[in-house]
Structures are given as C-alpha cells and as structure tokens.
Design a protein around this ligand. Sequence first.
Ligand SMILES: [Zn+2]
Length: 98
Amino acid sequence: MITPTSGNDGHGWHIPPAEDDAQQIDWRDPQDREQNPRELRWTCERHPTVYTLVAGGGLLHIRRDQREGDDVISAETERMPYAQAERVWTALMTGKAI
Ligand SMILES: [Zn+2]
C-alpha cells in the first residue's frame, strides 16, 4: 500500500542522501499524457529538486522538477502499475534509488 507520509512541519517529505549503490531511475522527457493527473505524494518543495508521485489513467509515474535559477527542468519515469510505482517511489524516498 502507498501510505500517506507525514511530511515535515507542513512541507513535504525530506529524502535522505542516496546510497552509494542506489538504483538509477530511468528519467525521461515529460509526456503530459494524463487528462486529469492527480498528485498523490510529493517531497519538500523548498529543496531544489522536488519529486511528485502522479496518478492518471490507472497508472502512476514520478515527476522530477529541478530548479536551476529561474528555470524548472522536468523529467518523468515511465508509466507504471501501482505496485511497481510504489516500489520505485519507496526506494526513491529512502535513498535506495535516484
Ligand atoms: Zn522541507
């Protein structure tokens, strides 16, 4: 199950530093495929890199927004079934994937 994260004092989840042998996630160009995407989970918006777990069309993906100056560079994972996306998200949130 994907369970709510409590966050930190009103902002999103803080990710620990990635482990040395962290799994490399396949980040791709954004697709904007979902008609009604729903953001289920997100990390702390005060950090330069923010991750968001997005649902739509019965699948999930993770979006990565990296702030560089005034720009935001976005990337996404592939669309995944819930169970697979939950594994990737959990790994990302615990420093086991990057
Ligand atoms: Zn924070």
